[in-house]
Design a protein around this ligand. Sequence first.
Ligand code: IPD
Length: 269
Amino acid sequence: MAFSPTELLAIARTVALEAGELVARRRSEGVTVAATKSTSIDVVTLADRECEEFVKARLAQLRPEDGFYGEEGSDSTGTSGLTWILDPIDGTVNYLYDIPQYAVSIAVVEGVADPASWKQLAGVVYNPAIEDLYYGSVGGGAFQEWNGTITQLRVNEETLLAHALFATGFGYSAEVRSEQAHVLTTILPAVRDIRRAGAASLDLCAVASGRLDGYFERGTKPWDHAAGSLVAREAGAVVGGLNGAPEGESMLVATNKQLFPEIEKLLIK
Ligand code: IPD
């Protein structure tokens, strides 16, 4: 099946808006925790599962030959060479507490759900709580659609680490959290401040839109960042791991090209 990043983006956008509507409706009806995953604080809600089933079925209608990789366990290879990567609700803990900072994140890549080898094609991050939509396609730029206005996104030009506002995330494992706490002892004194808003995809879009100067986190999975990292890249961010590695579980950093080596030095320490 032939594809163009723009057409794939249009599909991702349509499905993300539909899925977001479902997620918001379920939120207003009350949230039920269905299970826990990696640790007792890593929750899955019924809405996470329902949203994943919905998106999987919609994409199977629209792009039956593509593969699919979702946070809640769906994994199929397909025959087209493309893979859709879904986080049905990124920021599940915010969703649970009705903090309006969560998103449906849908990306499509050539290859499999692995930043070491994928070619990113298109991505959409949609926060249905405030109807805030971010999207991008490779070579096509990054955009935000909010309140009837479409804005092309561009990362901040800030060059001084001491004036840079970063965000991070902590994951759900006690071991990763202890390391994050340790890393913060070096980074916090060196930057303007650190935010922890609770949804990696939206943190990456905040870097794209200049509401943050940068973001770093250890332990993210492809579904957390596949769409947001494309949006950030298309807005001019450098996104990667440490020492030239691709972004991945060991580290994900997104910031402008001047700040990347500065924050990288501190993260390597
Ligand atoms: C989590 C959020 C959080 C980040 C975690 C992710 P989830 O995703 O993006 O901000 O710190 O690493 O796992 O569990 O809400 O889909």
